[in-house]
Design a protein around this ligand. Structure first.
Ligand SMILES: Cc1cc2nc3c(=O)[nH]c(=O)nc-3n(C[C@H](O)[C@H](O)[C@H](O)COP(=O)(O)O)c2cc1C
Ligand code: SF4
Length: 253
């Protein structure tokens, strides 16, 4: 059984239903939400958005996962409160804001201090075309994707921009580690300023397989896409953090 429970406190507002990325919640008789499928990834977004804290995850209650949302400059708070944002205000961010965020990434660690990363910022027009290309190219694996992409923008989740981090072919051995660190820092920094982000993994996966997609975003065929971050102002606000089960650590002497 999925360790996710909708309690009797549910008021049937349906915010969790809208937010579930795998569409596994439904409202019964317009009154109570229930878990309608086993596809739950336990991401906790329903738990984090519920205005009355009526969902439990891994036996944890909303009260146990409160964070001081006004204090996002605190690193503990921002790590707990960061979520993959999948609902955006379509307004673009100012170019200076994006430039400042990217500028901060120069402080991230880099293997041998090579600093090989290159950045692209895709606009919505480009994302519409690339999203459709990705959906078409992945339709063998996911037959419904082209239609879903058309209706819901599964690839870019409605974000107004996507930052692509890539390296040229002579830096593929260290670029990926640098990029993952950089994306992580960039995401936390953005979310500490109230800007939403999510890892647009489909562009990384399919983009690295497709000469057409690389061409559309001005990359050389042997460039390696290391990470893609959808970014923009969120059109929703989570109320709390999420319940997570801790990783185990073995201590060796
Ligand atoms: C490498 C990677 C790729 C991801 N790709 C996608 C993606 O393509 N679309 C998406 O909506 N979320 C994507 N995510 C977000 C995960 O689904 C998300 O991190 C997870 O469900 C936990 O939720 P949280 O980030 O809100 O804590 C990706 C995350 C990672 C780390
Ligand atoms: S935990 Fe995530 S996947 Fe599971 S029901 Fe809630 S929102 Fe949906």
């Amino acid at each position: 059984m999925i360790p996710l429970r909708v309690t009797s406190g549910c008021i049937g507002c349906g915010q969790c239903v809208m937010q579930c990325p795998t569409r596994c919640l439904m409202i019964r008789n317009g009154k109570r939400v229930y878990v309608s499928s086993e596809n739950c990834s336990l991401c906790g977004h329903c738990f984090a958005i519920c205005p009355v804290g009526a969902i439990e995850i891994f036996n944890m209650t909303a009260d146990q996962c409160q964070v001081d949302i006004k204090n996002l400059q605190n690193i503990d708070t921002i790590i707990k409160y960061r979520r993959s944002i999948r609902k955006y205000n379509p307004e673009p961010l100012q170019r200076e804001v994006l430039e400042q965020l990217v500028d901060f990434t120069k402080y991230a660690p880099s293997a041998c201090n090579f600093r090989p990363l290159r950045f692209l910022c895709l606009s919505r027009h480009c994302m519409d075309e690339v999203g459709a290309m990705i959906a078409r190219e992945m339709s063998g694996q996911f037959p419904k994707l082209p239609q879903q992409q058309d209706q819901l923008d599964i690839v870019f989740r409605g974000a107004p921009h996507c930052i692509v981090i890539y390296v040229e072919s002579n830096h593929t051995h260290t670029g990926m580690d640098d990029a993952i660190i950089t994306m992580t820092q960039l995401e936390l920094l953005a979310q500490s300023k109230g800007i939403g982000t999510f890892w647009a993994g489909m562009l990384k996966t399919q983009g690295n397989l497709s000469a057409q997609i690389k061409q559309r975003i001005n990359l050389q065929e042997d460039d390696m896409i290391c990470g893609c971050l959808g970014i923009g102002m969120p059109a929703l606000k989570y109320k709390r953090s999420v319940g997570r089960i801790p990783y185990h650590v073995d201590f060796l002497e």
